[in-house]
Design a protein around this ligand. Structure first.
Ligand code: ATP
Length: 270
């Protein structure tokens, strides 16, 4: 269980996240939705401690993640693997080496500095690439791949971290619909087959509804909804995104309120 226990993060006077409380059982597939600036990234990054909370605690099983320092913090960051919108690969390195960097926290310092990996580690990396359907690009430079392929490399790298949780910060926001589907399918497969909790910030409701068994809705730093896709009705959607359908954030344009008050969602992911 991951417990976000009254977590607040202020930037100056502004609370990017305000008194957030959520309990996420192991093996959940969670979509975090909300307008731009709602606090989604800040919430996700606090779980991995890329950003520290101003108040509150984050607990994973028996560990208070907010108190970790040094080696223990590095271990936690490895176990709570992040995936970013812009993939964050090392462009000049080949795909296999990028994936192997997921092992850095598991190997002695001299091996991480010299980027020396064992055959067993290389096999592990190749298997991860195979699983994601991109083993054939293993020796190509990362910057020669399409965005969808790069994001799959980032997921393979995350798998090599042997994570308990994957935190995906808008993983499909830079991808076309087809690649977005491939990446979301891969995250769902990992969630369902490996039992790894996946928490993903998503810009479109239809993607969150389709892939997630739990949705957390944020507005102005507050968690205003926490439930199943079925419970996410029109009134809740308006609370999350605001009432004026016509002025909704352009980044959720696949969501619109049609005459008669019904929510319409197009099939196009962000
Ligand atoms: N490092 C920072 N310094 C100052 N303000 C910040 C910082 N990071 C985030 N904020 C502010 O906190 C609020 C929440 O930002 P956050 O990035 O978490 O929102 P978001 O829902 O992820 O938005 P988006 O979908 O646009 O990424 C915003 O008002 C943002 O400007």
């Amino acid at each position: 269980m991951l417990i976000i226990d009254g977590v607040t993060r202020r930037f100056g006077e502004k609370a990017a996240v305000a008194n957030a409380r959520v309990e996420i059982p192991v093996g959940s597939m969670v979509g975090v939705i909300g307008r731009s600036g709602a606090g989604k990234s800040t919430l996700l990054r606090m779980i991995n401690r890329l950003i520290d909370p101003t108040e509150g605690r984050i607990l994973f099983e028996d560990t208070d993640v907010t108190r970790l320092r040094g080696r223990e913090l590095r271990n936690w960051r490895s176990r709570a693997a992040m995936i970013f919108q812009q993939f964050n690969l090392v462009n000049r390195l080949d795909v296999l080496t990028n994936v192997l960097t997921g092992r850095l926290n598991h190997v002695p310092l001299w091996r991480s500095l010299t980027k020396t990996y064992t055959d067993a580690e290389r096999t592990l990396a190749l298997r991860a690439l195979e699983r994601l359907g991109i083993a054939e690009v293993a020796l190509q430079r990362a910057d020669t791949l399409s965005g969808g392929q790069q994001q799959r490399v980032a997921i393979a790298r995350a798998l090599l971290q042997e994570p308990r949780i994957i935190l995906a910060d808008e993983p499909i926001a830079s991808l076309d619909p087809l690649n977005a589907k491939v990446v979301m399918d891969a995250l769902r497969d990992i969630n369902q087959h490996d039992g790894i909790t996946v928490i993903s910030n998503l810009h479109t409701l239809d993607t969150a509804r389709h892939y997630c068994n739990r949705i957390v809705g944020m507005a102005n730093g507050h968690i205003v909804f926490d439930g199943t896709p079925d419970e996410l009705d029109d009134a809740v959607v308006r609370q999350i995104y605001g009432t004026e359908g016509a002025t909704l954030d352009e980044r959720i344009t696949s969501t619109s309120i049609v005459p008669g008050g019904k929510l319409a969602t197009a099939a196009t992911p962000a």
